[in-house]
Design a protein around this ligand. Structure first.
Ligand SMILES: Cc1ncc(COP(=O)(O)O)c(C=O)c1O
Length: 392
């Protein structure tokens, strides 16, 4: 078995990467340690790089299509990783998950219609809705037993005849929740009862920690399978977000035809030559690498948990069940977000401000632990020093 090295430090500065090279613009401190943008500092695995290099060597990079082998590897991955049996016909595409959300909103609702989001949540959803001239309706998550869950009573109160869509983030960013069958069943039941289609963003579905199991939404019931669109991608797991390649899986033909009409109208259905190759290579050969990645991320989380519990007891962790993101509650410091953000960035560490994630995010910061452990340790030490100074 090949052993992959996730401890390797790779210099990313100077590659036009958002995480490092936009720190100055975003935080005014280009030297800070960036634990913000949700990509990882891990090398793209050799089996993806080899496939890309081999194709590049041909030196004609003209129009291409997705071969049968592309669809077969996706069908197999879904079966092996998620016990989810899908047909080739259900699989369509998008350059990205966020663009797919916007295209689905355009395909499945009209201007002025209402779209539900459940904040705090991945904030580009807000732009997808508002930029499409739809009305955003919030059903904020509630905290129960230390984890987020859905507020079904508030959801029911907020639905009216204009409500057409709900955007679900599953697993959840920023909280890291892997939604349970009970949670998904009730959410699906309420939505289908009111004719609401669920756009299920499952981009983090391959980053699940031991003891949890991701449930692709269509597995919940035949009814919701016919009333949802699932968005997945290798981008987070295999660190290929720059290759513009995502999967849109829509079991219901009527909904799929509507989505494909938008995709074909914009004329972006063929995808990116290297994105398509990366998807196939990742899902064909990624099983062993993926197991090692999860083990490493679990180790990083354990390290972070031990550090924060011992050295930063005022910071409360929402324990992630998935993703390489952790949602940290700083409310015990009794400081404004602006004040806390300044303390952290002056201390040399860049995290995401919680309020960006919408209602309920104030007082929290999101930390990305998808990096070598030594980098994570350096970041945590900076955080400890910055907050210690504050206590003086
Ligand atoms: C929940 C979620 N959806 C979508 C994305 C981005 O997807 P894409 O780059 O394919 O638009 C991210 C990236 O952080 C994410 O966390």
């Amino acid at each position: 078995m090949k052993i992959y090295d996730f401890d390797e430090i790779i210099e990313r500065r100077g590659t036009n990467c958002v995480k490092y090279d936009m720190l100055g613009a975003a935080y005014g401190n280009s030297e800070a340690l960036p634990l913000w943008v949700a990509d990882t500092d891990f090398r793209v695995p050799d089996f993806i790089m080899d496939a890309l290099r081999e194709r590049m060597e041909h030196e004609i990079l003209a129009y291409s299509f997705r071969p049968d082998s592309y669809y077969e590897t996706i069908v197999n991955w879904m079966d092996r990783q998620h016990d989810w049996k899908i047909e080739k016909e259900m699989i369509t595409s998008s350059p990205g998950v966020v663009s797919a959300v916007t295209m689905l909103i355009m395909a499945l609702s009209e201007p002025g219609d209402k779209v539900i989001v459940q904040p705090p949540v991945y904030f580009p959803f807000f732009t997808c809705i508002k930029g499409s001239d739809r009305k955003m309706v919030e059903n904020p998550l509630i905290i129960k037993d230390g984890r987020y869950t859905f507020d079904f009573e508030n959801l029911k109160r907020n639905i009216d005849e204009k409500t057409k869509l709900l955007i679900l983030c599953s697993p959840h960013n920023p909280g890291g929740m892997v939604w349970t069958m009970e949670e998904l069943e009730e959410l699906s039941r309420i939505c289908t009862e009111h004719g609401i289609v669920i756009i299920s963003d499952e981009i983090h579905c391959d980053l699940i920690f031991a003891g949890h199991k991701h449930i692709p939404l269509p597995k919940v019931s035949e009814t919701i399978s016919n009333n949802c669109a699932v968005l997945m991608a290798p981008s987070k797991t295999f660190n290929v977000a720059g290759l513009s390649a995502a999967l849109v899986i829509i079991p219901n033909k009527r909904l799929r035809v509507k989505y494909d009409k938008v995709l074909n109208t914009i004329h972006i259905h063929s995808g990116h030559i290297f994105g398509n190759i990366a998807i196939e290579a990742a899902f064909r050969n990624g099983y062993e690498w993926h197991d090692q990645l999860i083990t490493y991320l679990e180790g990083n989380y354990k390290f972070l948990e031990a550090f924060v519990t011992e050295k930063l007891p005022k910071v409360k962790i929402m324990k992630p069940e998935a993703t390489y993101l952790v949602w940290l509650d700083f409310t015990a410091y009794n400081l404004s977000e602006i004040a806390l953000a300044k303390i952290l960035i002056d201390g040399g560490i860049a995290l995401n401000n919680g309020s960006k994630f919408g209602t309920g995010g104030e007082g929290y910061f999101r930390l990305n632990f998808g990096c070598p452990r030594s980098v994570l340790e350096e970041g945590l030490i900076k955080m400890e020093k910055a907050l210690e100074k504050k206590e003086d």
